[in-house]
Write a protein that binds this ligand. Structure first.
Ligand code: ADP
Ligand code: TRP
Length: 330
């Protein structure tokens, strides 16, 4: 692991289903790309997943999927820290401490809560408190950089605000984290052109059988222009996804074909499918390899979680000391 001066990059992902291209480009790739330069902490946000009520079997499977995904995408557990949120109870203790800093009014303005309210679904306290637990995830480990998609920007702002309030009252203790949101991948579009999201049934899965990928790509919504018509690449969902994967030359070649005409959306979709197979086929093989080794996944997760707990315990000592709490015997 890198030296103390090195910046620490941290991100987590909820274990709630099949990871998709939005998760990969918005969070996993930018995080894992940094593991050779910075200290990387990548964790399974399995407590955050509990506000969706999945069965124990689904929770288990989703957790294995998440860990296998991190490893297949290149996380090196010998270099970076891989752990489970649920295995670090100190994070929840910090969440309580932070909750005593956050005004209720601020919490009612959180997008995650407002979206749930707008949908008219039952809102449990896990949904309401979500941004506080997320802030604790980040502040517990002195994270400097947090790679996430645009949808998490407000949560990052709330975490920064909580850290600033704490430091203001009790002295410099918590590191103020910076969101890392790159414009090109801030909102990866789904097959309907809206933000790709597990909850919207518009995803292109990171790992799927070729047949399933083909089905997902053929379902990408386009306008009704005919084969011969020149087309606008910038407003086309197929081109937008291709732009995330192609080399600059490939992207510009596709752009030219769109504007020249005689190139149909079916052609573009097949090029996209080939690109997806070439890019994610080998990663999918790695994913399948890991999914066949659940005991190894558990062991890796447990090893990392033990290390994370030691760091969290040290930080919590400091935080409780700042607060004037004298009870921790550690
Ligand atoms: P989902 O919204 O599909 O449930 P998660 O909540 O598990 O996904 O998100 C995990 C990470 O992936 C977060 O950092 C989130 O911002 C990012 N992410 C999710 N969807 C997208 C998207 N369409 N574009 C960019 N980043 C995304
Ligand atoms: N809230 C994030 C999401 O829904 C997942 C998450 C939980 C997270 N804790 C985090 C991301 C801490 C970055 C840092 O996708």
């Amino acid at each position: 692991m890198a030296t103390k001066q090195t910046k620490r990059v941290l991100t987590g992902s909820r274990a709630t289903g099949m990871p998709h291209l939005g998760n990969y480009f918005g969070a996993y790739k930018p995080a894992i790309d940094l593991q050779d330069r910075y200290e990387l902490f990548l964790f399974l946000a399995d407590f955050h997943a509990l506000n969706e009520h999945n069965t124990p079997d689904e929770n288990r499977l989703n957790s294995y999927r998440m860990v296998a995904t991190f490893l297949a995408c290149g996380l090196n557990p010998a270099k970076s820290l891989l752990y489970a949120q649920s295995a670090v109870p100190e994070v929840n203790e910090l969440a309580w401490i932070l909750s005593c800093q956050v005004p209720f009014g601020v919490m009612t303005r959180a997008h995650s809560f407002k979206d749930a309210q707008a949908k008219g679904v039952d809102i449990n306290m896990g949904v309401f408190n979500y941004p506080i637990l997320m802030a604790a995830d980040i502040l517990m480990f002195d994270a400097n950089l947090v790679p996430v998609g645009q949808d998490q920007k407000q949560h990052l702002e709330m975490a920064r605000d909580m850290a600033q309030r704490f430091n203001h009252h009790y002295g410099e203790t918590l590191v103020i984290p910076e969101p890392m949101i790159s414009e090109a991948v801030a909102v990866v579009p789904g097959t309907d052109g809206e933000k790709m999201s597990k909850s919207k049934n518009n995803t292109i899965a990171l790992f799927a059988e070729d047949k399933e990928w083909k089905k997902q790509i053929l379902s990408i919504v386009t306008d009704a222009k005919g084969l011969a018509d020149p087309k606008n690449p910038e407003t086309c969902n197929v081109f937008r996804v291709f732009s995330l994967l192609g080399t600059p030359d490939e992207i510009s070649a596709m752009r030219d074909k769109y504007t020249a005409g005689g190139y149909g959306y079916g052609h573009a979709k097949m090029e996209l499918l080939d690109k997806i197979k070439a890019t994610f086929g080998p990663i999918r093989d790695q994913y399948n390899h890991w999914m066949g080794r659940q005991e190894d996944l558990r062991n890796l997760l447990h090893d990392g979680s033990r290390k994370a707990r030691v760091l969290a315990g040290e930080k919590l000592n400091q935080i409780q000391d700042r607060l004037g709490l004298i009870g921790r015997p550690f």
